[in-house]
Design a protein around this ligand. Structure first.
Ligand code: ADP
Length: 460
């Protein structure tokens, strides 16, 4: 390769290390920029800029070390200043991003501008001093101003990441903090080693040709990505909880006025003489009942989400009796024959509340979507046990579900039947409850013939 011919053979490895470091930096620039825009999080954009600074630093210092060390002073000094500035900026931008992540607000632009100008001045000063001969330059070069400044900067960043109390110290946060501190130790080690040499003490420094830098920098980037994902998860959990309690409080509060309106429409129907007014009252009553159904379903969903699981010994026969008692006033239930196919032993371990939600909804649907215009409308419930699981099946010979609608019936608010009075939430609630207790549901159905819902539960 033409370019590599310019480099002494011993430096070829160094060249590849610089290329790898610079490419890694650019990859992280793209990743953090993309996520920063997607999630609209400011700290990700600061971190993206910090990686741009890192890529600039490795590229410019690589060019200086590999190509310009013994050549023209001006290009060398200019790139030197850029490298120095970019290296300082990397630490400053990591700190700025961390500040924005922890305090959830932008770092003041004025302050950042001031820091930038001071850093630029400092970079200029160190590089120009570095370019001159004499004890002053020797002092600055040998003491490694870059190593000491970035070393301290990374140490501060590592401590800030480690000690802030806002996060639950997930693996990403630990990895980022650990790699920042290790990187700082590595820089300070370089500094001490150079200091000892300057003082005339012969210390043998381990020259790993940049491989440690590369490893630590990769870990730093991965730590940042993981910390961000952990933070997003915490935020989502918090928002979910807020939404759940908003839903449950609002639906709870809506129930009281709905009950009053229902009572008033009932009284209105009794008091009003005019037929038209009475029919309006009946329509209002029907709509309010529908609204009450939706709110009841939302309440049951939020309750099922909120309640902690309690695994206990349950008897299926007893649970079925309770469910039958719950749905005994549902429309059409008296015309349907209920058959229960009992296994030899019907006890199993599960959560009572989730199980009740599941069975109640499946039974209520089997009644709701029945076809009473046939000689023998029935619902067959069976309970089977295997070694680790139980299978509960609810079968009906009702109206059935069209094949193309089956995959959608568990979606929120989806209703497959045009004449349904339901809310489209029942099976969604069943699915949510099953997710909580690690269960599965299978559906077999044929339009006009009937449906079978099979629930497979882990026998805890
Ligand atoms: P809903 O509250 O409207 O009953 P579900 O989520 O419980 O909503 O059910 C979704 C759709 O699945 C219903 O609109 C209905 O068309 C269909 N469905 C559910 N169970 C049965 C069943 N046993 N027989 C026929 N159709 C059913």
């Amino acid at each position: 390769m033409g370019l590599l011919n310019l480099i002494p053979e011993a430096d070829t490895r160094l060249f590849y290390i610089y290329v790898a470091e610079c490419s890694l930096g650019l990859i992280f620039v793209i990743i953090f920029r993309h996520f920063g825009r997607l999630y609209r999080r400011r700290f990700l954009l600061s971190w993206s800029l910090s990686w741009l600074a890192y890529a600039t630093y490795t590229a410019s210092s690589g060019i200086v070390i590999l190509f310009l060390l013994d050549s023209w002073i001006w290009p060398r000094d200019m790139l030197g200043i850029i490298a120095q500035l970019a290296c300082f900026l990397q630490v400053i931008l990591i700190l700025r991003g961390t500040y924005e992540l922890i305090y959830d607000r932008a770092f003041s632009k004025r302050k950042f501008r001031l820091i930038f100008i001071v850093t630029l001045g400092f970079a200029l000063f160190t590089v120009i001093a570095f370019g001159q001969a004499g004890p002053f330059s020797r002092y600055l070069v040998s003491f490694g101003s870059r190593a000491i400044i970035t070393g301290i900067g990374f140490l501060v960043a590592g401590i800030v990441v480690w000690t802030n109390k806002k996060f639950s110290k997930g693996f990403g946060q630990q990895l980022l903090s650990g790699s920042l501190i290790s990187f700082s130790v590595y820089q300070l080690y370089h500094f001490t080693f150079r200091l000892l040499n300057l003082l005339g003490i012969d210390a043998l420094g381990l020259d790993l040709m940049g491989s440690v830098d590369l490893l630590l920098v990769s870990l730093m980037g991965m730590g940042m990505v993981m910390w961000f994902l952990e933070d997003e998860r915490e935020n989502l959990n918090k928002e979910n909880k807020e939404l759940d309690s908003f839903l449950s409080n609002t639906s709870h509060d809506l129930r009281t006025p709905i009950a009053s309106i229902l009572g008033l429409t009932y009284l209105g129907k009794l008091e009003l003489q005019e037929e038209k007014a009475r029919s309006f009252m009946t329509m209002i009553e029907e709509r309010i009942k529908k609204l009450d159904l939706v709110i009841g379903d939302i309440l049951s969903l939020s309750r099922s989400k909120k309640v902690d699981l309690k695994i206990e010994e349950l008897e299926f026969g007893k649970l079925l009796d309770e469910t039958i008692a719950d749905i005994r006033f549902n429309k059409g239930v008296s015309a349907i024959q209920l058959e229960y196919i009992e296994g030899p032993n019907d006890t199993f371990r599960s959560d009572y509340n989730q199980r009740k939600i599941i069975l109640n909804n499946l039974m209520a649907n089997a009644v709701k979507y029945h076809n009473l215009n046939q000689p023998n409308p029935y619902i067959r419930v069976s309970f089977k046990r295997t070694r680790n699981a139980v299978e509960i099946a609810v079968q009906d010979n009702g109206e059935g579900i069209a094949k193309e609608n089956i995959p959608k019936i568990f979606d929120m608010f989806y209703r497959a039947s045009p004449r349904t009075e339901g809310t489209g939430l029942g099976l969604y609630i069943v699915q949510e409850a099953l997710t909580k207790i690690n269960g599965l549901i299978l559906v077999e159905s044929e339009l006009g013939k009937g449906s079978t819902f099979k629930v497979l539960l882990e026998h805890a």
